[in-house]
Ligand binder design. Structure first.
Ligand code: PEP
Ligand code: MN
Length: 267
């Protein structure tokens, strides 16, 4: 067995060959980064989604996130609104001219989500779901690929390679922390992965400061650290009433805390 030839394909790790899109190119943006992708953990209602869309618009944020298909650890927890969630996110995104990001957990949903949502998120739990990666990559949509919670950087890059092999050059990586023995944070943010990935690939990478920490009291210094080591942007969860959120209640910022974070980054 000789393996397949990669010669004309866009290899993520072949940094000198095929050019991948920057985030700016992917979405025809005017501004250089850092880019902020913000929004609730899950889309829960039109009313909440509308509130967050207005908050983002008012702060000149271009991207809105929100899960419709939620990969929950417990099957008894809120699983997301599914199709209805996609519909709501797409509606507020179009209304406020925001770029929408939402996770797909099953290959059979890729095409229907791709029809309505601007960027498909592959979550940490599915980073090595290779059939899902192939199907998402083949949609031609920009893909936000999160690092698996037990994945090495090499495995992370290989996962991106699966998407790239579909001819997809619109890939954004997302470091969201890995599992270690430390339990003061939800995951341990591997800050070194950012400069390493910058060195070894041409792919943009952002840092999810919400899922890596699982708490919000230290979000400002960590956000600054992520940008200081060269991240192209941040993902952060914001909810109109975090205490009532149906998922990740403890880590989601309220609108005021979100604005404080933006102010701290500006300074
Ligand atoms: C998310 O971003 O909604 C999410 C579930 O994060 P992760 O896949 O990183 O756990
Ligand atoms: Mn979440």
């Amino acid at each position: 067995f000789m393996g397949i030839s990669h010669e004309k394909l866009p290899l993520v790790s072949d940094i000198n060959k095929v050019k991948f899109c920057t985030i700016k190119e992917m979405f025809n943006l005017e501004k250089e980064g850092p880019y902020i992708i913000a929004g609730p953990c899950a889309i829960e209602s039109l009313e909440y989604a509308e509130k967050i869309a207005q908050l983002l618009k008012g702060n000149n944020i271009k991207f809105i996130r929100g899960g419709a298909y939620k990969p929950r650890t417990s099957p008894y927890d809120f699983q997301g609104l599914g199709k209805e969630g996609v519909k709501i996110l797409s509606h507020v995104g179009k209304k406020h001219n925001l770029i929408t990001v939402s996770e797909v957990v099953d290959g059979s949903e890729v095409e229907s989500v791709a029809k309505h949502i601007d960027m498909i998120q592959i979550g940490a739990r599915n980073m090595q779901n290779f059939e899902l990666l192939k199907r998402a990559g083949a949609s031609g949509k920009p893909i936000l690929l999160k690092r698996g919670m037990s994945a090495t950087i090499k495995e992370f890059i290989f996962a991106a390679e699966y998407i790239a092999l579909q001819g997809n050059k619109k890939i954004i990586l997302c470091e969201r922390g890995i599992r270690t023995f430390e339990n003061k944070t939800r995951n341990t943010l591997d800050i070194s992965s950012i400069p390493i990935i910058k060195k070894e690939t041409q792919l943009p990478i952002i840092v999810d400061i919400s899922h890596s920490l699982g708490r919000k009291d230290i979000i400002q210094p960590i956000a600054k650290a992520a940008l200081a080591v060269g991240a192209d942007g941040l993902m952060v969860e914001v909810h109109p009433k975090p205490e009532l959120a149906l998922s990740d209640s403890r880590q989601q910022l309220d609108p005021e805390e979100f604005q404080e974070l933006l102010g701290a980054l500006e300074a």
